[in-house]
Write a protein that binds this ligand. Structure first.
Ligand SMILES: Cc1cc2nc3c(=O)[nH]c(=O)nc-3n(C[C@H](O)[C@H](O)[C@H](O)COP(=O)(O)O)c2cc1C
Length: 161
């Protein structure tokens, strides 16, 4: 099972979490590639106008973890635009996680991660896991650990070959 982690990160938090997930999966003897979605310039409100600098391909992977920040109570628009331009995720297993600053419930975490899962499922993916990391406050490390434990556990049950 070829695993890719495809991350969009504006200020580094989601990338750092994704890097730690890669480390954890590698400890479980998985081969994992971490790739970044990047865009050019300021993000326009119209997602059709977003210009990508790096657009990772999904075809090489059997299992993909997509990761992005919550922005303005929803999924970061660059990740939304990236997911929407993917042609097909048929036959692929997908897990999604988001990072966010605010701990309270109605600040976009569920909305963002469910949006990711919905777009991926509509393209044929089988959704195997979701996670939300809360960055602010004393519980940050605990929140990262909970998300990584959950995703590592789910992925560890998928076939290696
Ligand atoms: C433009 C913008 C909007 C944001 N909106 C939210 C929000 O609605 N809810 C929230 O909890 N955090 C929000 N945040 C905080 C980010 O989600 C949080 O810092 C995240 O971990 C950043 O990830 P990154 O470093 O990978 O970009 C926002 C950050 C930015 C820059």
């Amino acid at each position: 099972m070829k695993i890719g982690i495809i991350v969009y990160s504006q200020t580094g938090n989601t990338y750092e979490t994704a890097r730690r997930l890669k480390e954890r999966l590698e400890k479980d003897s998985r081969i994992v590639k971490l790739e970044q979605v990047t865009s050019i310039g300021k993000t326009p409100a119209n997602i059709a106008a977003i210009k990508f600098d790096n657009l990772p391909k999904v075809e090489p992977y059997d299992l993909i973890v997509f990761a992005a920040p919550v922005q303005a109570f929803t999924l970061a628009l660059v990740m939304k635009a990236y997911l929407e331009q993917i042609q097909s995720l048929q036959g692929k297993k997908v897990a999604c996680f988001v990072t966010k600053r605010l701990a309270s419930k109605w600040t976009g975490g569920n909305n963002a991660v469910n949006t990711m899962a919905k777009i991926c499922a509509a393209k044929g993916a089988s959704i195997i896991g979701r996670g939300i990391v809360v960055w602010a406050g004393r519980k940050r490390q605990q929140s990262i650990a909970t998300c990584l434990d959950s995703l590592t556990n789910i992925i560890s049950k998928t076939p290696r070959a």
